[in-house]
Write a protein that binds this ligand. Structure first.
Ligand SMILES: Cc1ncc(CN)c(N)n1
Length: 220
């Protein structure tokens, strides 16, 4: 069988894809050497990110409703919104466990840039295949990263086990696969221009994800 569009992208951009999904921060969680102050920094910044992610997902849901497409798209995206609601509550719980005050987190440069990138994609001018591909890529990076942490031989600190399971669990993996199938189905029917645009945005997601991890391990 021919490779799907997203498979082609991942293979073609393997180096960047691996930089996003096998980042030193993730590897340090897996091997237990993680610096807890980096983890706390990531926690506070990611809470802000997830709150900005919600309007983007809502705009993707709107685009899906306007398209004449498979009815199940709506359910999958709606399920994604519900899982983001859980994610927000989880961040609040985790922040209080780690004594991180979410109200005093100052968004760092990489986060601000990533959030404004997402905001630009909420425009109705951005085509559904582009938006759904971006949505898949964002979720897939976390799924692949944390699933890697959980693979055999890990030395995840006990306090971070739940974090890895949140995105590395099988259910989240199946949800990402559904998003990927939707993206591939839309891309298959899209014009060459739209496919090319979606690929560029896929690469930008990977770059933003790398910068986000870098920010978590960086100073201050
Ligand atoms: C930066 C980032 N990327 C992805 C996810 C997964 N929703 C997240 N929480 N944060």
């Amino acid at each position: 069988m021919d490779a799907t569009v997203t498979e082609t992208w991942v293979n073609k951009h393997r180096l960047l894809y691996d930089s996003a999904t096998r980042h030193p921060f993730i590897l340090s969680i897996r091997d237990g050497s993680v610096d807890f102050s980096s983890f706390k920094k990531w926690l506070g910044q990611d809470y802000i990110f997830v709150r900005s992610f919600v309007p983007f997902v809502a705009s993707t849901l709107m685009k899906s409703c306007k398209e004449r497409n498979d009815e199940s798209d709506m359910e999958v995206i709606l399920g994604g919104m519900a899982s983001l609601n859980d994610e927000i509550n989880w961040f609040k719980k985790e922040a209080s466990k780690f004594h991180v005050s979410l109200t005093s987190v100052i968004p760092q440069n990489a986060n601000v840039k990533y959030c404004s990138f997402l905001e630009s994609l909420t425009s109705s001018e951005v085509e559904y295949p582009v938006a759904i591909s971006v949505f898949w890529a964002i979720e897939a990076v976390y799924q692949e990263s944390f699933a890697h942490c959980l693979e055999d031989g890990n030395k995840i600190p006990q306090e971070l086990q739940e974090t890895c399971e949140r995105w590395g669990n099988e259910g989240f993996g199946s949800y990402c696969k559904l998003l990927r199938d939707i993206a591939d189905r839309c891309l298959q029917k899209a014009s060459p221009d739209v496919i090319a645009k979606a690929e560029v945005f896929f690469l930008r997601v990977l770059e933003h994800e790398v910068e986000f991890w870098n920010m978590s391990v960086g100073e201050p």
